[in-house]
Design a protein around this ligand. Sequence first.
Ligand SMILES: Cc1cc2nc3c(=O)[nH]c(=O)nc-3n(C[C@H](O)[C@H](O)[C@H](O)COP(=O)(O)O)c2cc1C
Length: 144
Amino acid sequence: MAKVLIIYHSQSGNTEKMAEAVKEGAASAGATVTLKKAADANADDMLDCDAVIMGTASYFGYEAGMIKDFFDRTFYALREKVANKPYATFGSYGGGGEVAIESLDKLCDRLGLKKATESVGALREPSSEALEKCKALGAKMALA
Ligand SMILES: Cc1cc2nc3c(=O)[nH]c(=O)nc-3n(C[C@H](O)[C@H](O)[C@H](O)COP(=O)(O)O)c2cc1C
């Protein structure tokens, strides 16, 4: 059974709703899912999973500071140990588009993770359609 890790940061709940939908999708596809806020996640979480899914709100055109903090804290412990591990990203934004998710993709890339599927973005509170895409993302990553 695949172990899927979801790490996210959300201030006003929009990205959190997406994270819950991703979790539901991965679990329904048979994965063992761990859902963690970025502030509570550490290097061991990332080492102990088969696939990682990261979610962020967009703040000032970048990923949330707590997501960046996760990479800052764990980089030395993870580099070269998670090369080619499959990852996916999702997030909510307020009108600036998906640049924050793209910035998050760059951090994942620096760690050597391998993007396994397209990102899912949502404008502010995720629509039911966006939540369905999050579920599909989770299900796909359970098989990655
Ligand atoms: C401090 C701050 C900065 C923000 N900067 C941006 C931005 O640069 N681009 C954008 O599209 N949305 C921006 N937003 C809007 C949030 O990304 C949007 O409200 C999102 O849905 C918040 O997700 P959350 O509920 O998971 O925190 C900003 C919000 C805050 C609070």
